[in-house]
Ligand binder design. Structure first.
Ligand code: ATP
Ligand code: MG
Length: 548
């Protein structure tokens, strides 16, 4: 388990505990079951669970399920799965806001009885209009001055299904001219005639987030209710409810910055738009930063948590570089992935002067530690190299093979390109080469003028493979702030290549591989075939090793 770095939340808790404010600390992670968890949630999970653990406290998992239109059991199961996958265990049972519906109803009656809530029969549009905006104060609803008795009777009717959807709502009576628009008589309950995945048809009125949230925190004895910065203004409401309901031991809300990552959108609502528009394949598409997408892509829980720890927890909103996330997975895979050769976009090489059928060599699985694990590799007359490693003419700084020039085949011979054989459309059929099998003293001389070192596979020792190569889903750094974010989709976010992987893949069964010079890959589990291997590129290598 990764230990969380100290941050401002840590400092607050530490100070409170020194002053003996709490005997034990309680946090909670409260996702709405209306989508899959994403990397932003991972930040919140890491913070809530790790900080509780650090102080010997408790972190609850609470499904914040107050909207039957959007929530369902399928999402609950995926949320549970993803939290466990990250390596966390919630305390005791899972909590559901829906389990508090009766209690919340009682508290809302209390507000009505205290003259702090009323039934409004304005519709949604009218309520919005009456609310005013930043420049104009709001206007009281004509229903605001109903008697307490009348409000109690109508609320009961509302609960019993007397009103249709949208025909009535329970509102707090705070202040329609408050500077904080959220305090202008926010809605407490709205009507929804829809089956709730947990409470079925028991209720047709559902509490709003602000009301349900602070009270759920109270019911669970939460001491630190950690949420993202956009809830700053809601804090006044959070406190208002707790104060006016005369709650003794009040939970306290603290905000931290929301996670945004370059070239990506994170919000569930926006991911759902991408799914509906069939831009991505689903919640687990490897191009999006949901935990299931990252898992399919080949990210590990450890790399995600290391990333969360690395970016830290602050109150400053900023856009995190995608490189930070990539570096965390690279660092981990670099140590544990065996090296193999794969050619993602093959062209054929024929070695004219190689007369044998094949030659066996031993090459290291972990080049940095050559002593452990060597594997058999085959050199033969016909080989594949990657198309990007060949150019007809040499250009400045080009390190690949060009006509008349030499490269070294990694762990093997130096070759020189002599001639290209093309079909009538100008496509390369093969490149005719010569290899140097010289004695030691000549080797140095030949080595001096090679362009670079490239990877390769013998045609005799290769297995057809399909490579899914991923790029950023968006072509602008901050699509999240664009209204029409769909406009900025990168058309090349996925490239599917047909190529080859060395035969050893059949024997070296690992969760990830480094295909030399091409990046880190894992098997794409969506496809299975005895003759073809399918791979996902998890992440590219940081820098090309195309040096002498
Ligand atoms: P979305 O915009 O994706 O719908 P949300 O805030 O509505 O996000 P919830 O399911 O309500 O999603 O979130 C559960 C918890 O995760 C909340 O405490 C929320 O603050 C936190 N959270 C959600 N998104 C992020 C994010 N991008 N960065 C950090 N924390 C997040
Ligand atoms: Mg939310």
């Amino acid at each position: 388990m990764i230990k969380i770095n100290k941050n401002f939340i840590y400092n607050i808790i530490n100070k409170d505990l020194k002053k003996c404010k709490h005997k034990k600390i309680y946090t909670r992670f409260p996702p709405e079951p209306n989508g899959y968890l994403h990397i932003g949630h991972a930040k919140s999970i890491f913070l809530n669970f790790s900080i509780a653990k650090l102080f010997n406290g408790i972190c609850n998992l609470r499904l914040d399920d107050t909207d039957p239109l959007k929530e369902n059991k399928k999402y609950v199961n995926f949320i549970k799965y993803d939290i466990k996958w990250l390596g966390y265990k919630w305390h005791n049972n899972i909590f559901y806001t829906s389990q508090y519906f009766s209690l919340l109803y009682k508290f809302s009656i209390k507000l009505i009885k205290n003259g702090l809530a009323y039934i409004d029969e304005l519709n949604k549009k009218q309520i919005r209009k009456y609310k005013g905006n930043f420049n104009n104060i709001g206007k009281n609803s004509p229903y605001r001055n109903r008697s307490i008795k009348e409000n109690l009777i109508i609320f009961k009717k509302m609960k019993n299904g007397f009103f249709n959807d949208g025909k009535a709502s329970l509102r707090t009576k705070i202040n329609m001219s408050s500077n904080n628009i959220l305090m202008r008589d926010p809605i407490l309950y709205r009507i929804r005639f829809k089956k709730h995945y947990k409470t079925n048809y028991t209720w047709c009125i559902y509490p709003m987030y602000d009301f349900a949230h602070c009270l759920s925190d109270y019911f669970e004895k939460i001491t630190y209710s950690l949420c993202t910065l956009e809830f700053q203004d809601n804090k006044y409401l959070y406190k208002w409810f707790l104060y006016n309901l005369k709650i003794n031991k009040k939970p306290k809300q603290y905000e931290f910055s929301r996670l945004n990552i370059e070239y990506n959108i994170i919000s569930k609502r926006k991911i759902l738009i991408l799914i509906k528009k069939k831009i991505i394949l689903g919640w687990d598409d490897p191009r999006i930063l949901t935990l299931s997408g990252l898992r399919n892509r080949g990210y590990t829980p450890k790399s995600i948590l290391n990333f969360c720890n690395y970016i830290g927890v602050t109150r400053k909103n900023n856009l995190i570089k995608i490189n930070f996330l990539e570096n965390c997975i690279r660092k981990e895979l670099n140590l544990k992935s065996p090296r193999l050769m794969a050619v993602l976009d093959p062209i054929k090489i024929i070695i004219k002067n190689f007369k044998k059928k094949k030659e066996e060599i031993l090459i290291p699985n972990y080049p940095k530690n050559k002593k452990i694990n060597k594997r058999k590799y085959i050199f033969s007359k016909e080989l594949y190299i990657d198309r990007k490693d060949f150019k007809e003419k040499k250009t400045k700084n080009y390190k690949g093979l060009t006509i008349g020039n030499k490269v070294k085949l990694r762990y093997s011979y130096i070759i020189k390109a002599k001639k290209i054989k093309k079909d009538k459309n100008g496509n390369i059929i093969y490149i005719l080469c010569k290899y140097y099998n010289n004695k030691k003293e000549d080797k140095l001389k030949i080595k001096k003028n090679i362009n670079g070192i490239i990877h390769w596979i013998s045609t005799l020792y290769s297995i057809p493979s399909i490579f899914f190569l991923y790029n950023n889903l968006f072509n602008i750094t901050n699509p999240e702030i664009k209204k029409n974010f769909i406009k900025y989709i990168n058309k090349n976010s996925i490239i599917i290549n047909k190529g080859f992987v060395e035969k050893n893949i059949k024997k070296i069964i690992y969760s990830s591989y480094q295909f030399e010079r091409n990046g880190y890959f894992c098997l794409n589990k969506k496809f299975k075939n005895n003759k073809i291997f399918y791979f996902n590129r998890i992440v590219k290598l940081k820098s090309k090793i195309l040096k002498k």
